[in-house]
Design a protein around this ligand. Structure first.
Ligand code: HEM
Ligand code: HEM
Length: 176
């Protein structure tokens, strides 16, 4: 049994972390720049968001094939169950959230750009649907802050309080 996540799992975990931070920042700080910069913030947001979607699906597929490495010393079974549930929530959240974003952009019915390419859109706009999707997108994005906050806090708690190898298993070799 491996003692750490695989190199590819670790690389994707921290790449997704970076992309999620950029996607959030692009929306939270877009108001600070002049309005003419808005398209750059939007392109950054949607490009990072779509990348998160692809990477979360990829890592979920990898994870379904590879069990997570054991934590030493072994936590109580209830803690392990809670951790697995928490990870499932993160996977679902960061797959559904960008899909809602994609559906929103598609149903706006006008050309939009991601990664420098014009993306497909509906022939006619459906603003009622877009408004509903936007509400869900915003609610899930807010929930994301809470879930990721708890996730990061749990990782630090394991490292500094329980003093087990939970965090070390997710760090690149040089950082261990
Ligand atoms: C990691 C994935 C994503 C996160 C964390 C995220 C988060 C957010 C946040 C925090 C907002 C601002 C909400 C507010 O106004 O309070 C937002 C708005 C928005 N997001 Fe995302 N998002 C993600 C992915 C996507 C994707 C993939 C798309 C589209 C392809 C998208 C399209 C939008 C749109 C259209 C808005 C509304 C902008 C407006 O106010 O008109 N998002 N998102
Ligand atoms: C400061 C930020 C973060 C820290 C310190 C952190 C730390 C960790 C650690 C230590 C693990 C291994 C936990 C275990 O196996 O029990 C883990 C797993 C995981 N993290 Fe994070 N993480 C952070 C941010 C994120 C972000 C932004 C995402 C995604 C949006 C994320 C998604 C996940 C997922 C899905 C797993 C489960 C991996 C699996 O077993 O399939 N993490 N994280």
């Amino acid at each position: 049994m491996r003692s750490h996540y695989s190199g590819i799992q670790i690389a994707i975990h921290w790449l997704v972390f970076l992309l999620v931070v950029i996607a959030y920042c692009a929306m939270e700080f877009r108001g600070l720049a002049p309005r003419s910069y808005r398209p750059y913030f939007n392109i950054t947001h949607v490009s990072c968001g779509i990348s998160v979607l692809v990477l979360m699906v990829a890592r979920l597929l990898v994870r379904l094939k590879k069990p997570s490495p054991p934590i030493v010393p072994k936590p109580a079974p209830m803690m392990t169950g809670l951790a697995h549930l928490g990870h499932l929530v993160i996977y679902l959240l960061f797959i559904i959230l960008p899909i809602l974003g994609l559906l929103m952009m598609y149903n706006r019915g006008g050309p939009w750009v991601a990664f420098g390419f014009v993306m497909p859109h509906a022939a006619e706009s459906n603003f009622e649907l877009v408004d509903t999707l936007k509400e869900y997108h915003i609610t899930l994005a807010k929930l994301g802050y809470v879930v990721l906050g708890l996730h990061a806090a749990a990782a630090l708690l394991h490292h500094y309080v329980f003093k087990d190898n939970t965090l070390l298993r997710m760090l690149p070799k040089r950082g261990r």
